[in-house]
Ligand binder design. Sequence first.
Ligand code: ADP
Ligand code: MG
Length: 231
Amino acid sequence: MPVVEAKQLEKTYIAGDIAVKAIQGVSFTIEQASFVSFVGPSGSGKSTLLNMIGCLDPPTKGSLQVMGKDITILTRKQAAIFRGKHIGFVFQDFNLIPVLTVFENIEYPLLMVQNWPKKKRTEQVNNLLKAVGMADQGHKFPSQISGGQKQRVAVARALVTNASLVLADEPTANLDRTTANNIIELMKNMRDEFGTSFIFSTHDPKIMNNAETIFTLEDGQLLNNGGGNHV
Ligand code: ADP
Ligand code: MG
């Protein structure tokens, strides 16, 4: 079963009397444990596409299956539950909660979404702190760590619920080149270790070379079909 299967996907935003076709007739398949990037200039539809896959915003037309489930028919509440169980998110600006420690930030989805007992939570968070190379930083607050470290924490947070799919929208946009490459490398290692599928977006061609599969977007259309580094 593919992780994502999109057929003739469309998203049109209506702003006043103007209709913006953000995604137009896009079809693709992403297999489990993939490491995929959507690449394209600003405004090409990357966020729109990731938001649809993440069940944050429904498509206007077409079919979209995530983990074998038709997500176009979910109510907002069903979408939220589905997201909480299966999908982790990493954001461009890290989105850590400033008043929580690194440990507590990673633990947060387990408290919000899943009802794990404390001992199991602590064990899981410690495992992830270690996996992202932050084992001794759990007590710090986000203001006390670097941008690259913040993104490591965000990757750990995305994985803490054992999500099968992580969506990362321009996760390296606020990082320098070296740190950005380290974060991509970290996500790839997490894919290898946990079998999680990673889908990220970038407008940086230097970063995209680290993806195994590249989908190129332009004006809401796919220019290729996931050839990238695998061809
Ligand atoms: P990217 O992430 O590649 O920069 P986006 O998916 O954010 O691209 O945007 C694709 C197109 O859709 C752009 O033309 C953008 O202006 C438009 N768009 C995105 N979100 C909205 C919205 N909520 N309402 C209206 N237009 C939008
Ligand atoms: Mg975007």
